[in-house]
Design a protein around this ligand. Structure first.
Ligand SMILES: NC(=O)CC[C@H](N)C(=O)O
Length: 308
């Protein structure tokens, strides 16, 4: 059991810390530039307790793209698979997360998967609720249940910062509106999307969210939060598209269902074993935590966590 290896974990964190120097903070959302690029932290939750947390694991950061797996789960729970996958596909793109290319080159022009921005916007448009406030409230209740942390909320500063600079995401949304993938007011959609991305967590919260997925939708008390089938779908997307266009290499080097965000967070669900939360805001060129990826590689090798 991994709980016996506390010293190893500290050694691994120390070992990968140097990689933070080779990455960069995401700068296209100005508020994310306030993070400390030297941070690297990890939490592991196996259902008993948070066994190990190393590094600055209390640091709050925003979910960013990690929120995409949560809205996907909620949208399927709201509408069922058929309706959701009528709007968004199931195939990896091999393109950067914010690319518009395949929207135009693929017919029909629905987004290829829910982990790229276009797909996530189409999924966010499906979340039930009469207003942005109601949708966000439903999502926050879901995240609080998954993490067991009632104090989770979103950062107004990060949401505003992204909303004011989200022209690329607006373009994706308008393109999809023109092609009848989504309907309704685009600014309302962007308001919800930027707030969902700005939900703030720490590594422990992520490890607990990952645990529920690893435990096929039940939390550590045995309470069902996500249907088994939905948790299976989400984990499969984490493997095929969770690390953007680095998902193939990540599957070979690490082999754990995972989802990253440009804030430097990564949530992992090791099936039937544990949830892992990572925070390291210095990113590689594809937008993944540079030291976090290396840390997961070491962890997976050492404890044979690859599912393959
Ligand atoms: N990769 C990410 O984490 C992207 C999320 C970010 N909010 C965006 O839409 O650009």
């Amino acid at each position: 059991m991994i709980c016996n290896y506390g010293n190893d974990l500290k050694e691994m964190v120390d070992q990968v810390r140097i990689h933070t120097k080779h990455g960069k903070l995401a700068d296209y959302i100005p508020a994310l530039m306030k993070a400390n690029p030297d941070d690297i932290a990890i939490s592991i939750f196996d259902g008993q307790q948070t066994c190990f947390s190393e590094g600055n694991h209390q640091q709050l950061f925003t979910l960013q793209s990690i929120s995409k797996i949560l809205t996907l789960a909620l949208a399927i729970m709201d509408h069922g698979e058929e309706l959701v996958f009528d709007k968004v596909g199931m195939e990896p793109t091999g393109d950067p997360f914010n690319s518009i290319a395949k929207l135009e080159s693929h017919v029909p022009s629905k987004p290829l998967n829910p982990m790229i921005n276009a797909g996530a916007l189409a999924v966010s448009a499906l979340i039930k609720g009469a207003s942005t406030e109601e949708k966000l409230n439903r999502l926050l209740i879901f995240v609080r249940e998954l993490s067991g942390n009632d104090s989770i909320t979103y950062s107004k500063e990060v949401a505003k910062s992204e909303f004011e600079t989200a022209d690329l995401n607006r373009s994706l949304a308008y393109f999809m509106k023109q092609h009848q993938v989504i309907s309704g007011d685009i600014d309302h959609l962007l308001d919800f999307y930027t707030k969902q991305c700005a939900i703030e967590v720490n590594c422990n919260d992520l490890a607990r969210i990952g645990f529920v997925l690893s435990n096929n939708g039940k939390d550590s008390t045995g309470k069902r939060i996500i249907p088994v089938e939905v948790s299976r779908i989400v984990k499969t997307f984490m493997v095929t598209c969770g690390m953007y266009n680095a998902s193939g290499e990540f599957a070979i080097r690490v082999g754990i269902p995972a989802k990253s965000g440009v804030s430097g967070g990564i949530v992992c669900a090791v099936p039937n074993k544990m949830g892992i939360g990572i925070y390291g805001p210095a990113l590689d060129r594809k937008g993944n935590s540079i030291a976090g990826m290396r840390l997961l590689e070491l962890l997976s090798e050492k404890y044979e966590l690859s599912i393959f």
